[in-house]
Each structure stands twice: as C-alpha cells, then as structure tokens.
Write a protein that binds this ligand. Structure first.
Ligand SMILES: [Fe+2]
Length: 174
C-alpha cells in the first residue's frame, strides 16, 4: 500500500488548505482553486483566460478560456496542438462545431478563425502546446503567445500567484 492510501479521508479534510487559495507543494504538485482566480483579458477578440498551470520544459499551457457568444474572432496560428474540452457554449472552425462536453483537438502548425456559438459564452478547459501566434494579412505568423506571455499577462492582473515564476537566470536576459 502506498503512503497516500494510508491517509484517511477525514485526515485529508483536516489537512485541507484554504479552499479559496491555490497552493503549490514541494514535490511540484499543485491544487489550483480555479473558481477563485480572476479572468484576465486575452489576445483574441472578446476573450479572457484563467491561467491554471504552465510547464515551460515542454511549452505547455493549461488554461480556462472564455469567449463571448456570437464572436467571430480573428485568425490565429498554432505552433503545436491545442486540446479544448468545452465546459459551456459551442465553437468551431471549418470542420463544424464542438458542443458542451466535446473535446476539440486543434492540430499543430495550422491557422484558423474560431466562430463562437450564439447561445452562450464559450468556456473551455484548454491545453496548448507551443503557443499561438497572430496571422498577418500576408499569411505570415505574427508573434507567439507562449506560456510565459500568458504568465506575464496573468501576473499583471494579479492572477498568477499559483504559477511557478520563470527561472531567474532567464529573466536576466529579458
Ligand atoms: Fe485554434
């Protein structure tokens, strides 16, 4: 039996941290109190996000994304795949709509323009790999919304205290 299984459920409740405060542990585990993180305005039209977790070693960003219903957003480019589980609303691209309860996997290395459903604001639990870029009129990619770009936006909004900061050595070159 492993150690975790020897801890009773009652003990787990006793150990409970502030249920409104996210907490990081020395073994790199994290409990993120998603409900208590503020929304931060994001790059796409009508959008905002809650940054939940980043893994810089593999360029992975975990976030809740919200986009206002009925929005036709601008084109964006994916440096890697994005996996979006629809918590509410609907959205889609040229392949059709993904509805509440669906997982939409967006391919890496592609550009597209999401259309948000008309009935409800879209909220997705999304994992980005490698980040996103804007797309200029000539079709070239404009910048990269990396995990650290999202971290800096969230931090400026007081919404990144639960995220491990970038390494200090790298900031010295920033
Ligand atoms: Fe996309």
């Amino acid at each position: 039996m492993n150690q975790a299984a020897e801890i009773s459920y009652e003990k787990l409740i006793e150990m409970g941290h502030d249920p409104k405060q996210s907490v990081r542990f020395p073994d790199k585990s994290v409990i993120v109190r998603c409900e208590h993180i503020p929304w931060t305005p994001w790059a796409l039209k009508g959008s905002s996000f809650k940054l939940l977790y980043v893994n810089r070693a593999i360029g992975m960003t975990v976030a809740l994304i919200k986009i206002e219903k009925g929005t036709q957003t601008e084109k964006h480019f994916h440096f890697g795949e994005a996996h979006a589980y629809v918590l509410s609303g609907a959205f889609g691209y040229e392949h059709g709509l993904a509805y509440e309860g669906d997982l939409l996997v967006e391919g890496g290395g592609i550009a597209h323009e999401p259309r948000i459903g008309d009935d409800a604001d879209l909220i997705t639990f999304t994992i980005f790999f490698g980040g996103l870029g804007g797309v200029k009129e000539d079709g070239t990619v404009d910048g990269c919304m990396s995990c650290d770009a999202m971290y800096e936006m969230a931090k400026a909004n007081g919404a990144a205290d639960h995220i491990e900061p970038p390494p200090v050595a790298r900031q010295a070159h920033g």
